[in-house]
Design a protein around this ligand. Sequence first.
Ligand code: F6P
Length: 320
Amino acid sequence: VKKIAVLTSGGDSQGMNAAVRAVVRSGLYYGLEVYGVQRGYQGLLNNDIFSMDIRSVGDIIQRGGTILQSARCLEFRTPEGQQKGADILRERGIDGLVVIGGDGSYQGAEKLSKLGIKTMGLPGTIDNDISFTDYTIGFDTAVGIVVDAVNKLRDTMSSHERASVVEVMGRHSGDIALYSGLASGAETILVPEVPFDLNEVADRMRQNFDNGKRHSIVIVAEGVGKGEEVVEAIKKRQPSLEPRATVLGHIQRGGCPTPFDRNLASRLGDFAVRSLIAGESNKACGMIGGEMVLTDIEKVVATKKPFDMKMYELASRLSQ
Ligand code: F6P
């Protein structure tokens, strides 16, 4: 490859900027021309592509969001849209593309690679729902935001001896709920991967209060349902718990990325560029056991990330 482009797509995540910076600076370091695509695949179809230099990624490693912006693009899901995207890149002489995003973004990269563009996927999503990487870029920061919120809720819930239900993001994945639940000492973690009975949950919460607990935190992954619904179910069964719902929403996707996310993004961005130079294509970059790994995008998209049941059981054991 001689000319590469980078785009961010799907829901943004903290650390995407650090990944863009790494792609641009590594690309330039290795003698490539590097282009940025504004607004994801939509920007590609609009030919919204510009040349990037060392300075265009200055002062962004610490910023949330993505300087390249992101968009959902229906046109790019059609074969005609994909062909148009590949043609636009080819007309500009761009032969490599780094796509930073989640599952849907990876599928776009796979289509482009079939049309002759060399592609690399980087896992950019707070959900941690991409397989063949231990962590996705943004996950660690999102978990930190949830833990910080739960710390605050715990204060006021303890004062009033109430239960707090915190709804967190994660689409179909329970990882944000699991990791933040263990780290914040939540009594109950409700995730789509593990069946549960709300009656039992409510009764156990009452018991815990009776045994001297002064608060009860329930973390519910959005893939399970709404926090407000869980509150209603608990109220019906155990009204004395006075449960309150808090929906953290998009707050989880903003703010300054943690050092972990910045380092992960920097390593993955550089690895993507080096892999393209080595002639690889249609691959997803990930980190497994601290090492950078490449996996076929098809395989990544077709495999559901396993849920860590051991960690889930540990969280239950420790939250008595
Ligand atoms: O994929 C990241 C994510 O933040 C999910 O956790 C959430 O379900 C979804 O995006 C929200 O999407 P939108 O940006 O369309 O509100």
